[in-house]
Design a binder for this molecule. Sequence first.
Ligand code: NAP
Length: 348
Amino acid sequence: MGKKRVAVIGASGLVGQRFCQLLSDHPYFDEPDLYAWQRSDNKRLEEVLRVPSNTISDSLLSQNLSLINTESIISEKYDAIFGAIPTSHEHNIELELRKAGNRIFTNSSTNRMLDDVPIVVPEINSEHMEMFRDSDGYIIANGNCSTIGLALPLKPLFSLGPEHIEVTTMQALSGAGYPGVPSLDAVSNIVPYIENEEEKIQIELPKVFGTLMDHAIVPPVLDVGVTCTRIPVREGHTESVTVKFERNIEEEDISALFSEFRGYPQDRKLPTSPEQPIIVQQDQGRPQPELDLWNGKPERARGMAVTVGRIRVRRDYLRFVTLSHNTIRGAAGGSVLNAEIALSRGLL
Ligand code: NAP
């Protein structure tokens, strides 16, 4: 099988540069063509770099960023396009590309809300991609970065019948893109509100756990309470989660459910899949972004595992803390793994 031709739109941004890292020397995909907007147009990637240069291949670092232009992108006939741009209903490049038959793996919050765009968390619901079995163009979305970090540890808990989920997020500054939150709001501070973020998690979570029926996703009723906060951490979203179950539960069962959980990417040994997607960290003071952000093996899957700790059970209540890498697992890594899944399912 020859490698697939791919492009990254929004390659100069924080998520786009993670795409460049993960697509450097990828076994399934050629090195991507890179596109950006006016700020970075015609600059080399290395001139706008915000991740360590040793994580990206020299040929990508020296590549010129082309201005995003739908007609010229369509004319290239890429096998897949990775989306790392802000999108609105009025300015929606990805919909234009889909109309022309392109397959897009997006991080756009606008597009993940569309009925014909599944939100796929690789280990949870990759079968939702089957809605595109007979389609040319399609968009497959990641969830919001906090939705992904929450959905993964919730998945194995569904066998115990969760009744109510309550989460408080502590989200990193990089979640707001570059330059992001003004420094005077961020330093030595906590902002207990992120616009539209709580609503996103409440809408996206049921979509991820929905059932595909007749090309449509039917979401379950999920009772989820959310509080989102922004904290002065560079990368890594931490979430404090409480789940109430239908009946009493045991602490040992929970640790095993987390650490034994595997999904489609692990069964197929896909290149960007972590061998163990949920790592249980038993030490009392963990997980911490400084110590656990880059969990995930092998090397290509660094940052793809979520780390869970502070597991406490009291009768029918479970409390735990989960940490995920927002620009890797919560964005670029999720999309690259989704594209690997699409290829493995014969949809690419
Ligand atoms: P970012 O650092 O601000 O980068 C935005 C990228 O989009 C840049 O390449 C920028 O090019 C380009 N761009 C800016 N305005 C544009 C426009 N009007 N049309 C087309 N392209 C435009 O943002 P980011 O954090 O990488 O986020 C990218 C996308 O991923 C967003 O949709 C965001 O909501 C989503 N997301 C982010 C995270 C995260 O943790 N950061 C997680 C999940 C999802 P120039 O450099 O030329 O301006």
